[in-house]
Design a protein around this ligand. Structure first.
Ligand SMILES: [Mn+2]
Length: 317
């Protein structure tokens, strides 16, 4: 992977490049883009839709300047580098752009981007961890940002491996930052409206006990992934839906406990296809965008999940 990155760097290191995060950039995505931006002197960072809170805090701290990909003139750029995703559903604006490189850690379902250079490591808990191990030089600011990316995407190290701790320790030393300070960015205090959204989601929770799992569903107007995380802490699996009227689509955020054997990225991928949308992500944290109303979408999520859980159970016997 290091060699692949070297090849990319010697070919495009001096090109005009737009580094693109997934929509609603999180700390992992923005810190990855920021670190690359620092070593690619003629690059800019593009991000679409409001960033997640931790990402916004990082952007403010380091005065990270971001642009809208759709407002750029293609002919002025060699192409784009996509970080922390490889699916057009999460960056529709990337359609039509030449993709020079993809650096990602998501599973292959829903992956429909093709890059000239592809640095994809699905066993990495974060894109930041991949990037931290690729770059020839890391300064104090990059180290701080990448540390935050690693901590925030690792869900309190639930999905970490030995290398994550090693990388983080190395970065923390460069950053000269304590864990507590990094955590303020990686797990920021939610805004008041986010707390209200989460509690509203909890108030509306419905659940079933099937195939050995407590499966919860609910609807929110915002903060669906925060709501899903908090509800999955009490249940085994949570599917949280948000209906977007303007796009006439439902966004689903799905989270599962460590012990859950059904990969949610597969559930989301399948349900996404059923309703003319797409889905994917990680086994314990996944999402989908669907062209149907939220109640129907949630029903299907539960159905498909149970089907898969029962199949897994019967395979064991
Ligand atoms: Mn990520």
């Amino acid at each position: 992977m290091k060699n692949k990155f070297q090849d990319f760097f010697s070919k495009y290191g001096n090109s005009r490049i737009a580094i693109v995060t997934h929509n609603k950039a999180d700390a992992d995505s923005i810190s990855s883009a920021y670190a690359l931006n620092k070593i690619l002197p003629k690059s800019i960072i593009c991000t679409h839709e409001e960033m997640r809170l931790g990402a916004q805090m990082l952007a403010d701290k380091f005065s990270i300047e971001t642009h809208e990909l759709s407002s750029l003139k293609k002919e002025e750029f060699e192409g784009i580098v996509v970080v922390d995703t490889s699916a057009y559903t999460l960056v529709p604006e990337a359609a039509g752009w030449k993709i020079l490189a993809i650096i990602d850690h998501h599973r292959s379902d829903g992956r429909d981007m093709k890059g000239e250079f592809e640095i994809i490591e699905t066993s990495s808990p974060s894109a930041a961890e991949i990037i931290a191990n690729l770059l020839p030089e890391i300064d104090k600011e990059m180290a701080f940002a990448l540390s935050v990316g690693i901590i925030s995407d690792g869900a309190r190290f639930k999905s970490s491996r030995a290398g994550s701790f090693k990388t983080l320790a190395m970065l923390m030393e460069i950053a000269g930052a304590e864990y507590e300070e990094l955590l303020e960015y990686a797990e920021p205090e939610p805004r008041q409206e986010a707390k209200i959204a989460m509690l509203t989601a909890m108030k509306r929770v419905e659940f079933v006990y099937a195939a050995g799992y407590v499966i919860a569903t609910t609807e929110v107007g915002s903060n669906e992934s925060d709501a899903a995380s908090i509800i999955a802490d009490a249940a085994d699996v949570a599917f949280v839906a948000k209906w977007k009227n303007r796009e006439q689509e439902t966004r689903i955020s799905a989270r599962a406990r460590k012990s859950v054997k059904v990969p949610l990225n597969e559930v989301m991928g399948e349900v996404g296809k059923m309703f003319g949308g797409a889905g994917g992500g990680h086994p314990k944290a996944a999402g989908a965008a669907l062209k149907t109303h939220s109640d129907e979408a949630l029903k299907k999520c539960v159905e498909v999940f149970i089907e898969k859980a029962e199949k897994k159970e019967s395979e064991k016997i």
